[in-house]
Design a protein around this ligand. Structure first.
Ligand code: TXA
Ligand code: MG
Length: 324
Protein backbone atom coordinates (compact mmCIF):
# COMPACT_ATOMS: atom_id res chain seq x y z
CA UNK A 1 0.00 0.00 0.00
CA UNK A 2 1.13 3.49 -0.87
CA UNK A 3 1.35 5.79 2.14
CA UNK A 4 -0.05 9.29 1.65
CA UNK A 5 2.02 12.05 3.28
CA UNK A 6 0.72 15.55 3.96
CA UNK A 7 2.84 18.16 2.19
CA UNK A 8 1.99 20.70 4.90
CA UNK A 9 3.23 18.52 7.77
CA UNK A 10 6.86 18.86 8.95
CA UNK A 11 6.88 15.29 10.19
CA UNK A 12 5.55 13.92 6.89
CA UNK A 13 8.07 15.98 4.91
CA UNK A 14 10.84 14.44 7.02
CA UNK A 15 9.44 10.96 6.31
CA UNK A 16 9.68 11.73 2.58
CA UNK A 17 13.25 13.01 2.95
CA UNK A 18 14.30 9.89 4.92
CA UNK A 19 12.74 7.63 2.27
CA UNK A 20 14.58 9.44 -0.54
CA UNK A 21 17.88 9.23 1.38
CA UNK A 22 17.32 5.46 1.76
CA UNK A 23 16.88 5.17 -2.02
CA UNK A 24 13.07 4.80 -2.04
CA UNK A 25 10.64 6.45 -4.47
CA UNK A 26 8.29 9.28 -3.46
CA UNK A 27 5.61 10.76 -5.72
CA UNK A 28 5.82 14.54 -5.38
CA UNK A 29 3.59 17.47 -6.34
CA UNK A 30 4.91 20.02 -8.81
CA UNK A 31 3.36 23.09 -10.43
CA UNK A 32 3.11 21.11 -13.71
CA UNK A 33 2.21 17.46 -12.96
CA UNK A 34 3.01 14.99 -10.17
CA UNK A 35 6.52 13.54 -10.43
CA UNK A 36 8.00 10.24 -9.29
CA UNK A 37 11.15 11.23 -7.42
CA UNK A 38 14.36 9.45 -6.49
CA UNK A 39 17.81 10.59 -5.35
CA UNK A 40 19.35 11.50 -8.72
CA UNK A 41 22.92 10.53 -7.78
CA UNK A 42 21.91 7.05 -6.52
CA UNK A 43 21.70 4.74 -9.57
CA UNK A 44 19.93 1.98 -7.61
CA UNK A 45 17.20 4.45 -6.63
CA UNK A 46 16.90 5.84 -10.17
CA UNK A 47 16.58 2.30 -11.51
CA UNK A 48 13.42 1.85 -9.41
CA UNK A 49 11.79 4.75 -11.30
CA UNK A 50 12.19 2.94 -14.63
CA UNK A 51 10.85 -0.31 -13.16
CA UNK A 52 7.84 1.32 -11.45
CA UNK A 53 6.86 3.18 -14.64
CA UNK A 54 7.75 0.49 -17.15
CA UNK A 55 9.83 3.22 -18.78
CA UNK A 56 12.33 2.26 -21.48
CA UNK A 57 15.97 2.82 -20.46
CA UNK A 58 16.60 5.06 -23.48
CA UNK A 59 14.26 7.78 -22.16
CA UNK A 60 16.26 10.21 -19.95
CA UNK A 61 14.97 11.89 -16.77
CA UNK A 62 14.73 15.50 -15.60
CA UNK A 63 16.75 16.35 -12.47
CA UNK A 64 15.07 18.81 -10.09
CA UNK A 65 17.08 21.37 -8.11
CA UNK A 66 16.55 24.05 -5.48
CA UNK A 67 19.57 26.28 -6.18
CA UNK A 68 21.74 27.47 -9.02
CA UNK A 69 24.93 25.98 -7.54
CA UNK A 70 23.48 22.49 -8.09
CA UNK A 71 23.13 23.34 -11.78
CA UNK A 72 26.87 24.06 -11.87
CA UNK A 73 27.59 20.84 -9.95
CA UNK A 74 25.73 18.66 -12.46
CA UNK A 75 26.13 20.50 -15.76
CA UNK A 76 28.12 23.10 -17.68
CA UNK A 77 25.71 26.05 -17.92
CA UNK A 78 26.61 28.92 -20.27
CA UNK A 79 25.50 32.59 -20.00
CA UNK A 80 22.30 31.92 -21.98
CA UNK A 81 21.27 29.31 -19.41
CA UNK A 82 21.91 31.75 -16.59
CA UNK A 83 19.62 34.29 -18.26
CA UNK A 84 16.88 31.68 -18.65
CA UNK A 85 17.28 30.56 -15.04
CA UNK A 86 17.07 34.15 -13.78
CA UNK A 87 13.92 34.71 -15.83
CA UNK A 88 12.03 31.44 -15.27
CA UNK A 89 13.39 29.53 -12.24
CA UNK A 90 11.81 28.43 -10.03
CA UNK A 91 9.14 27.50 -12.58
CA UNK A 92 7.99 25.22 -15.40
CA UNK A 93 11.08 25.45 -17.63
CA UNK A 94 13.48 22.52 -18.16
CA UNK A 95 16.89 23.19 -19.69
CA UNK A 96 18.95 20.48 -21.41
CA UNK A 97 22.67 21.15 -20.95
CA UNK A 98 26.05 19.48 -21.34
CA UNK A 99 26.41 17.21 -18.30
CA UNK A 100 29.18 16.58 -15.82
CA UNK A 101 30.59 13.12 -15.10
CA UNK A 102 28.88 12.55 -11.78
CA UNK A 103 25.36 12.36 -13.22
CA UNK A 104 24.54 8.64 -13.49
CA UNK A 105 24.20 7.31 -17.04
CA UNK A 106 20.78 5.95 -16.10
CA UNK A 107 19.52 9.52 -15.58
CA UNK A 108 20.75 10.78 -18.95
CA UNK A 109 20.21 7.53 -20.85
CA UNK A 110 23.88 7.69 -21.73
CA UNK A 111 23.54 11.10 -23.41
CA UNK A 112 26.19 13.81 -23.05
CA UNK A 113 23.44 16.16 -21.80
CA UNK A 114 21.29 16.37 -18.68
CA UNK A 115 17.84 17.97 -18.27
CA UNK A 116 17.52 20.31 -15.26
CA UNK A 117 14.62 22.16 -13.71
CA UNK A 118 13.96 24.16 -10.54
CA UNK A 119 10.29 23.64 -9.65
CA UNK A 120 8.21 26.33 -7.93
CA UNK A 121 5.61 24.20 -6.11
CA UNK A 122 6.12 25.13 -2.43
CA UNK A 123 6.00 21.52 -1.17
CA UNK A 124 8.44 20.20 -3.79
CA UNK A 125 10.66 23.22 -3.19
CA UNK A 126 10.76 22.64 0.56
CA UNK A 127 11.55 18.96 -0.05
CA UNK A 128 14.46 19.89 -2.34
CA UNK A 129 15.80 22.59 -0.02
CA UNK A 130 15.62 20.57 3.17
CA UNK A 131 16.91 17.30 1.71
CA UNK A 132 19.62 19.13 -0.31
CA UNK A 133 19.29 16.27 -2.81
CA UNK A 134 18.99 16.64 -6.56
CA UNK A 135 15.87 14.62 -7.43
CA UNK A 136 15.32 12.79 -10.70
CA UNK A 137 11.60 12.74 -11.45
CA UNK A 138 9.57 11.86 -14.52
CA UNK A 139 5.80 12.28 -14.46
CA UNK A 140 4.29 9.79 -11.97
CA UNK A 141 2.39 7.61 -14.47
CA UNK A 142 3.01 4.30 -16.20
CA UNK A 143 5.00 4.92 -19.41
CA UNK A 144 2.82 6.36 -22.19
CA UNK A 145 -0.22 6.97 -19.96
CA UNK A 146 -1.87 10.27 -19.00
CA UNK A 147 0.18 12.29 -16.50
CA UNK A 148 -1.24 12.78 -12.98
CA UNK A 149 -2.30 16.23 -11.82
CA UNK A 150 -3.90 15.12 -8.52
CA UNK A 151 -2.87 12.62 -5.82
CA UNK A 152 -5.76 10.27 -6.71
CA UNK A 153 -4.39 9.91 -10.27
CA UNK A 154 -1.07 8.72 -8.85
CA UNK A 155 -2.77 6.30 -6.49
CA UNK A 156 -4.93 4.79 -9.25
CA UNK A 157 -1.94 4.29 -11.54
CA UNK A 158 0.94 3.34 -9.24
CA UNK A 159 -0.49 1.93 -5.97
CA UNK A 160 1.47 -1.17 -5.06
CA UNK A 161 4.49 -0.03 -7.08
CA UNK A 162 5.70 2.85 -4.91
CA UNK A 163 5.82 3.48 -1.15
CA UNK A 164 4.92 7.13 -0.70
CA UNK A 165 3.04 10.06 -2.18
CA UNK A 166 3.44 13.58 -0.87
CA UNK A 167 0.10 15.39 -1.21
CA UNK A 168 0.40 18.94 -2.51
CA UNK A 169 -3.10 19.35 -3.93
CA UNK A 170 -4.04 19.85 -7.59
CA UNK A 171 -1.29 20.99 -9.97
CA UNK A 172 -1.39 24.62 -11.08
CA UNK A 173 -0.42 24.28 -14.78
CA UNK A 174 -1.62 20.73 -15.48
CA UNK A 175 0.82 20.04 -18.35
CA UNK A 176 4.52 19.19 -18.24
CA UNK A 177 7.27 21.83 -18.29
CA UNK A 178 8.52 23.54 -21.43
CA UNK A 179 11.84 21.89 -22.42
CA UNK A 180 14.60 23.75 -24.26
CA UNK A 181 18.07 22.63 -25.23
CA UNK A 182 20.82 25.20 -24.83
CA UNK A 183 23.90 24.49 -26.88
CA UNK A 184 26.66 26.81 -28.12
CA UNK A 185 24.56 29.86 -27.27
CA UNK A 186 21.52 28.65 -29.23
CA UNK A 187 18.14 27.66 -27.85
CA UNK A 188 16.01 24.85 -29.33
CA UNK A 189 12.48 24.00 -28.22
CA UNK A 190 12.17 20.27 -27.39
CA UNK A 191 8.69 20.28 -25.80
CA UNK A 192 6.11 23.10 -25.65
CA UNK A 193 4.70 23.77 -22.19
CA UNK A 194 3.38 26.41 -19.80
CA UNK A 195 6.07 28.94 -20.76
CA UNK A 196 5.50 29.94 -24.40
CA UNK A 197 8.34 29.97 -26.89
CA UNK A 198 7.98 33.73 -27.49
CA UNK A 199 8.51 34.53 -23.79
CA UNK A 200 11.72 32.50 -23.75
CA UNK A 201 12.97 34.25 -26.89
CA UNK A 202 12.11 37.66 -25.41
CA UNK A 203 13.94 36.90 -22.15
CA UNK A 204 17.03 35.54 -23.91
CA UNK A 205 17.10 38.12 -26.68
CA UNK A 206 17.66 35.40 -29.30
CA UNK A 207 15.22 33.25 -31.28
CA UNK A 208 14.03 29.88 -29.96
CA UNK A 209 14.62 27.45 -32.81
CA UNK A 210 12.48 24.44 -33.64
CA UNK A 211 14.17 21.04 -33.74
CA UNK A 212 15.21 19.73 -37.17
CA UNK A 213 13.70 17.61 -38.51
CA UNK A 214 10.47 18.49 -36.70
CA UNK A 215 8.89 15.50 -34.88
CA UNK A 216 5.95 15.47 -37.30
CA UNK A 217 8.15 14.78 -40.33
CA UNK A 218 10.01 12.07 -38.47
CA UNK A 219 6.71 10.39 -37.65
CA UNK A 220 5.59 10.03 -41.23
CA UNK A 221 8.94 8.72 -42.46
CA UNK A 222 8.17 5.12 -43.40
CA UNK A 223 11.60 3.83 -42.28
CA UNK A 224 10.91 5.00 -38.73
CA UNK A 225 7.62 3.39 -37.69
CA UNK A 226 8.85 3.21 -34.09
CA UNK A 227 8.86 7.02 -33.94
CA UNK A 228 5.07 6.93 -33.87
CA UNK A 229 4.96 7.02 -30.09
CA UNK A 230 1.65 7.25 -28.31
CA UNK A 231 2.05 9.31 -25.18
CA UNK A 232 -0.08 11.03 -22.55
CA UNK A 233 -2.87 8.68 -23.67
CA UNK A 234 -6.01 7.64 -21.81
CA UNK A 235 -6.82 3.92 -22.01
CA UNK A 236 -9.91 4.65 -24.11
CA UNK A 237 -9.60 5.69 -27.76
CA UNK A 238 -9.23 9.45 -28.19
CA UNK A 239 -9.92 11.25 -31.46
CA UNK A 240 -9.37 14.87 -32.47
CA UNK A 241 -12.10 16.47 -34.54
CA UNK A 242 -12.90 20.01 -35.75
CA UNK A 243 -15.50 21.79 -33.65
CA UNK A 244 -18.20 21.76 -36.35
CA UNK A 245 -17.84 17.98 -36.75
CA UNK A 246 -17.85 17.48 -32.99
CA UNK A 247 -21.08 19.47 -32.67
CA UNK A 248 -22.82 17.01 -34.99
CA UNK A 249 -21.68 13.82 -33.25
CA UNK A 250 -24.42 12.41 -31.03
CA UNK A 251 -23.85 8.85 -29.94
CA UNK A 252 -24.18 6.88 -26.72
CA UNK A 253 -20.87 6.17 -25.03
CA UNK A 254 -19.09 8.98 -26.85
CA UNK A 255 -17.79 11.83 -24.71
CA UNK A 256 -17.67 15.21 -26.47
CA UNK A 257 -14.92 17.38 -25.08
CA UNK A 258 -14.96 21.04 -26.18
CA UNK A 259 -12.04 23.37 -25.47
CA UNK A 260 -14.03 26.59 -25.19
CA UNK A 261 -17.73 27.35 -24.69
CA UNK A 262 -20.23 28.08 -27.49
CA UNK A 263 -23.95 28.54 -27.91
CA UNK A 264 -26.01 25.38 -28.18
CA UNK A 265 -23.93 23.33 -25.79
CA UNK A 266 -25.87 20.39 -24.38
CA UNK A 267 -25.76 19.30 -20.76
CA UNK A 268 -23.69 16.16 -21.19
CA UNK A 269 -20.96 17.99 -23.10
CA UNK A 270 -17.74 18.87 -21.31
CA UNK A 271 -16.19 22.28 -21.75
CA UNK A 272 -12.61 22.49 -20.58
CA UNK A 273 -12.43 26.28 -20.22
CA UNK A 274 -15.46 28.40 -19.40
CA UNK A 275 -13.20 31.45 -19.96
CA UNK A 276 -11.81 30.31 -23.33
CA UNK A 277 -8.17 30.49 -22.18
CA UNK A 278 -5.63 27.80 -23.18
CA UNK A 279 -4.06 27.94 -19.68
CA UNK A 280 -7.42 26.96 -18.20
CA UNK A 281 -7.75 24.06 -20.65
CA UNK A 282 -4.24 22.86 -19.76
CA UNK A 283 -5.02 22.92 -16.04
CA UNK A 284 -7.99 20.53 -16.31
CA UNK A 285 -7.16 18.53 -19.46
CA UNK A 286 -5.46 15.50 -17.85
CA UNK A 287 -7.92 15.45 -14.93
CA UNK A 288 -10.79 15.30 -17.45
CA UNK A 289 -9.13 12.45 -19.34
CA UNK A 290 -8.56 10.53 -16.08
CA UNK A 291 -12.25 11.05 -15.16
CA UNK A 292 -13.48 9.86 -18.58
CA UNK A 293 -11.21 6.81 -18.36
CA UNK A 294 -12.82 5.92 -15.04
CA UNK A 295 -16.40 6.53 -16.27
CA UNK A 296 -17.95 3.17 -17.29
CA UNK A 297 -20.61 4.77 -19.52
CA UNK A 298 -17.96 6.29 -21.81
CA UNK A 299 -16.46 4.19 -24.62
CA UNK A 300 -14.56 6.74 -26.70
CA UNK A 301 -13.43 10.33 -26.27
CA UNK A 302 -13.83 12.91 -29.06
CA UNK A 303 -11.95 16.15 -28.46
CA UNK A 304 -12.14 19.49 -30.26
CA UNK A 305 -8.86 20.08 -32.14
CA UNK A 306 -6.88 23.00 -30.71
CA UNK A 307 -6.32 26.21 -32.72
CA UNK A 308 -2.98 26.63 -34.53
CA UNK A 309 -1.99 29.64 -32.42
CA UNK A 310 1.13 29.74 -30.22
CA UNK A 311 -0.84 30.09 -26.99
CA UNK A 312 -2.36 26.65 -27.71
CA UNK A 313 1.00 24.93 -28.49
CA UNK A 314 1.23 22.90 -25.25
CA UNK A 315 -2.41 21.72 -25.36
CA UNK A 316 -2.21 20.94 -29.09
CA UNK A 317 1.01 18.95 -28.61
CA UNK A 318 -0.38 16.84 -25.73
CA UNK A 319 -3.71 16.22 -27.48
CA UNK A 320 -2.09 15.09 -30.73
CA UNK A 321 0.15 12.66 -28.84
CA UNK A 322 -2.76 11.40 -26.75
CA UNK A 323 -4.64 10.72 -29.97
CA UNK A 324 -1.52 8.87 -31.19
O1 TXA B 1 6.92 19.16 -15.79
C1 TXA B 1 7.73 18.24 -15.96
O2 TXA B 1 8.69 18.34 -16.72
C2 TXA B 1 7.50 16.96 -15.16
C3 TXA B 1 7.68 17.30 -13.68
C4 TXA B 1 7.60 16.11 -12.80
O3 TXA B 1 8.90 17.99 -13.51
N1 TXA B 1 8.38 15.93 -15.58
C5 TXA B 1 8.26 15.29 -16.78
O4 TXA B 1 9.18 14.26 -16.95
O5 TXA B 1 7.43 15.58 -17.60
P1 TXA B 1 9.03 13.16 -18.10
O6 TXA B 1 10.12 12.20 -17.83
O7 TXA B 1 7.66 12.66 -18.15
O8 TXA B 1 9.41 13.95 -19.40
C6 TXA B 1 10.73 14.42 -19.54
C7 TXA B 1 11.12 14.55 -20.97
C8 TXA B 1 11.23 13.19 -21.65
O9 TXA B 1 10.49 13.20 -22.85
C9 TXA B 1 12.71 13.05 -21.93
O10 TXA B 1 12.94 12.38 -23.14
C10 TXA B 1 13.18 14.49 -21.98
O11 TXA B 1 12.42 15.13 -21.01
N2 TXA B 1 14.60 14.58 -21.59
C11 TXA B 1 15.16 14.31 -20.40
N3 TXA B 1 16.49 14.42 -20.44
C12 TXA B 1 16.81 14.79 -21.70
C13 TXA B 1 18.03 15.05 -22.38
N4 TXA B 1 19.21 14.95 -21.77
N5 TXA B 1 17.96 15.40 -23.68
C14 TXA B 1 16.77 15.50 -24.31
N6 TXA B 1 15.57 15.25 -23.72
C15 TXA B 1 15.59 14.90 -22.44
MG1 MG C 1 5.96 11.76 -18.75
Amino acid sequence: MMQCLDGQSRKDLQTAIDALRRGQLVAVPSETVYGLAAHALDPAAVRKIFLAKGRPWYDPLIVHLSEWSQCEDLALPDPVTRVLADAFWPGPLTVVLPRREQVPDLVTAGNSTVALRMPSHPVFRRLLQESRLPLAAPSANPFGATSPTRPAHVRNALDGRIDFILDGGACEHGVESTIVKVSEGRITLLRPGPIPRSRIAAAAGIPVEMPKPPPREREVRPEAPGGLERHYSPRKPLRLVPRTTLESIKEDGVARLFLTPFEGLSEEDLVLSPDGRPETVARVLYASLHALDANPSIRTIEVEAAPAEESWDAVRDRLSRAAG
